[in-house]
Write a protein that binds this ligand. Structure first.
Ligand code: ASP
Length: 326
């Protein structure tokens, strides 16, 4: 890498490889995040966790690695943080347990893998990747997914690993009732799902999303995050998308695929397609939330229709940004 006019510039290692385009964006959930509750210490912790995930994912791209590896790496880092509603920090369901959903998609060949309602799996995103690579299926769930996790020898953790007192108190407020709750308390309404989208030096796109779903969810409820086209989508022709928000609405809006479709069939730019989905299509369906998006030229759009979204990005200029509020 050399620096030209203050911009890091890479020498292209081989034809078709363009290190000057690599880009990555991540989210850690969107919602109504009360700024008065966001103490400087808390904000710092969130930003550090986002920055770490961004740097880990970007390191993969910088070495010429695949977008798919970058999004998996970034999401694993977010799953390992107790701050986000995914992996370690997953919310409690109605039975006081953690059921996690995750998916990822490769834009170059439209391969995809997903898991729903998995328990005790340390990194559900990596299990989703195994589904894509080592099974003939796209989405597997519940006990079957657990059996597959054993077979694949992915890392498992006991229930204690997923215990977080903040989440437990959130659940206690609604346990035994019919109330389900997105990852929020009355004062802080937010969706803590995590996700990543990336463009690699070979021009390939990928997207990944992982979540604990909704507090007090019942009957093995599955949200949008593991549904290809709803919470996650990637296609080298257009863009890669990862969503966060009220899952039922995102499923009904087929939100992630809709951004792709608006670009592919209507010729909209990434920014315009995202605006239509986030601000026109989702709100009438009670679709609070947002999404992160990247197109095949490395343009990044992070948009939401609520007060904030935990997010971060690093585009071709190599500058890392994280943000929470608008
Ligand atoms: N979309 C997720 C779900 O409905 C929730 C979230 O984004 O926090 O499961």
């Amino acid at each position: 890498m050399s620096v030209v006019n203050g911009r890091p510039t890479f020498t292209n290692p081989e034809p078709g490889i363009d290190m000057n385009k690599i880009a990555l964006a991540i989210h850690g959930g969107a919602g109504t995040i009360a700024s008065e509750l966001m103490t400087p210490a808390r904000e710092k912790a969130y930003r550090e966790a986002l920055d770490l995930a961004l740097r880990r994912g970007h390191a993969v791209l910088e070495k010429g690695g695949a977008a798919l590896d970058a999004v998996e790496t970034a999401v694993r880092a977010l799953e390992d943080s107790p701050l986000f509603n995914a992996g370690r920090g997953s919310v409690f369901n109605a039975d006081g347990q953690h059921e996690m959903d995750a998916s990822l998609m490769s834009g170059s060949d439209l391969r995809a893998g997903a898991v729903a309602g998995v328990q005790n799996v340390k990194n559900p995103i990596s299990l989703a990747r195994r589904v894509m690579e080592n099974s003939s299926h796209v989405l597997i769930s519940g006990n079957g997914a657990f059996e597959f996790a054993h077979q694949q020898k992915v890392e498992l953790e006991d229930d204690q690993y997923f215990f977080d007192d903040f989440r437990y108190q959130q659940w206690k407020e609604v346990a035994g009732s019919d109330r389900i709750q997105l990852d929020h308390s009355d004062k802080e309404k937010k969706f803590g799902t995590v996700g990543a989208v990336a463009l690699d030096a070979s021009g390939h796109l990928a997207a990944a999303t992982s979540t604990g779903g909704m507090t007090n969810k019942k009957w093995q409820r599955v949200g949008d995050s593991p549904i290809i086209g709803a919470g996650t989508y990637a296609n080298d022709e257009t863009c890669a998308i990862s969503c966060t928000g009220h899952g039922e609405s995102f499923i009904r809006a087929v939100a992630a695929h809709d951004v792709h479709a608006l670009m592919a069939y209507k010729g909209l730019s990434l920014a315009e397609a995202v605006r239509v989905v986030v601000h026109e299509k989702l709100p009438p369906l009670d679709g609070d939330g947002g999404l992160i998006a990247i197109d095949r030229d490395g343009n990044i759009v992070l948009d939401f229709n609520c007060s904030g979204m935990y997010r971060g990005q690093v585009a071709a200029d190599g500058v890392f940004h994280t943000a929470i509020f608008r």
